[in-house]
Design a protein around this ligand. Structure first.
Ligand code: NAD
Ligand code: ZN
Ligand code: ZN
Length: 368
């Protein structure tokens, strides 16, 4: 079987993968399309420590090939988006509608593959850079067969993460202002989540000036090229402080919401500094383990500023994936437009290079 394996130092396109049959609670999926998320690149460069060998990819869609004996919710032939949360369904977090807090969803590495005869683990409980994968029943979320796989796959991470950060975690009310740092696969979905929420001013920030067109197409009202200007100062020009407020150490002016979709402490610090009184920064990007950001506590405590972390858009996959499909089919959520490059597995390196150069919304690997 073909796939992309993380070898401990690099990623290798290989034909030396094998996979077994699903256990009683598992579903085997024939992958049709898989988006390349920055988190896959972060495994390869060591930012996200992971076991090797393992099969990369966690943003995928495909067709159910086989189901285990106790599986009831999907059957062979169903089209599914794969969610990365192999949540248990019975703990307090799951019972209260927060599967992203389920402790079973982190570190639950399994080894459904062999690579050159040796056991190979999965990544993010998904491993969709392979012709077939095996996931838990709860992760195989059925979708309408009309949605093209190249668009549907993106729901599995970038769309849920970005749109969910706005709708589920921040719960941005209409009329609020926002800044989005990083106009990649996640940031574009934060931008369209803000558009869906009715945000008034949406300031997109990227170090690649060429991202402006994409950002505006997805709903940004302003764009700041952070390679050429001071992003915080520019944001405060777009949303200046109330002239009656006294400027000072507590830094009035700026947006009510800011989203770090890059994963660098300096960007998160900018996201905090761009906030008006009462504003909240949402940390989505994943920096290396141990990364820290320094904050002037008075700037938070005196004026109700805050900082939230957000995993996987705080998603409830069986609620949010069908919702994303519904919004897409109504023409309210842009998925096809996110796909700016497609390639077979062998084109993985080209997609990675284009991502590093900031050329893509999303690159998608196809299998047939
Ligand atoms: N919290 C979660 O659940 C979750 C889920 C998915 C991805 N992520 C993380 O989100 C981040 C973004 O992922 P992605 O797939 O959108 O990446 P991407 O590579 O598609 O996009 C990143 C964008 O950030 C821009 N950028 C880089 N440095 C910048 C800077 N200093 N200031 C402004 N813009 C800058 C790049 O030009 C690019 O447009 C990664 O860290 C990824 O690991 C987190
Ligand atoms: Zn991802
Ligand atoms: Zn649970």
């Amino acid at each position: 079987m073909r796939g992309i394996v993380y070898t401990g130092t690099d990623a290798e396109v290989t034909e030396a993968l094998e996979i077994g049959e699903p256990g009683p609670t598992e579903v085997k999926v024939k992958i049709e399309a898989a988006g390349v998320c920055h988190s896959d690149l972060s495994v390869i460069d060591g930012t996200i420590p992971w076991k090797a060998p393992s099969v990369l990819g966690h943003e995928g869609a495909g067709v159910v090939a086989a189901v285990g004996s106790s599986v009831r919710s999907v059957k062979p032939g169903d089209h599914v988006v794969i969610a990365t949360l192999a949540s248990c369904g019975t703990c307090r977090a799951c019972s209260t509608g927060h599967p992203t807090w389920c402790i079973r969803t982190l570190g639950n590495v399994s080894t459904p593959f062999t690579f050159a005869g040796q056991p190979a683990s999965n990544f993010a409980a998904a491993s969709v850079f392979a012709e077939y994968t095996i996931v838990q029943e709860v992760q195989a979320v059925p979708i309408a067969p009309e949605v093209p796989f190249t668009s549907a796959c993106l729901i599995g991470c970038g769309v849920l993460t970005g749109v969910g950060a706005v709708l589920n975690r921040a719960k941005v009310p209409p009329g609020d202002t926002a800044a989005v740092f990083g106009v990649g696969g996640v940031g574009l979905n934060v931008i369209q989540g803000l558009r869906l929420s009715g945000a008034s001013r949406i300031v997109a920030v990227d170090t690649v000036a060429g991202k402006e067109d994409l950002a505006r197409r997805f709903g940004a009202t302003h764009f700041v090229d952070a390679s050429a200007t001071d992003a915080v100062a520019e944001i405060k020009k777009v949303v200046p402080h109330d002239p009656r407020a006294v400027p000072g150490a507590l830094g009035p002016g700026g947006v009510t919401w800011s989203f770090d979709c890059v994963g660098h402490p300096a960007v998160l610090r900018n996201a905090l500094d761009a906030l008006d009184w009462g504003g909240t920064a949402v940390a989505i990007g994943i920096p290396p383990r141990g990364a820290e950001v320094a904050v002037d506590v008075n700037n938070l405590a005196y004026v109700d500023r805050g900082l939230l972390g957000c995993r996987y858009g705080s998603a409830r996959p069986h609620q949010d994936i069908p919702l994303m499909v519904e919004l897409y089919r109504e023409g309210r959520l842009m998925l096809d437009e996110l796909v700016t490059a497609t390639a077979p597995l062998e084109g993985f390196r080209d997609i990675v290079e284009a991502m590093h150069e900031g050329k893509l919304a999303r690159g998608v690997l196809t299998f047939s």
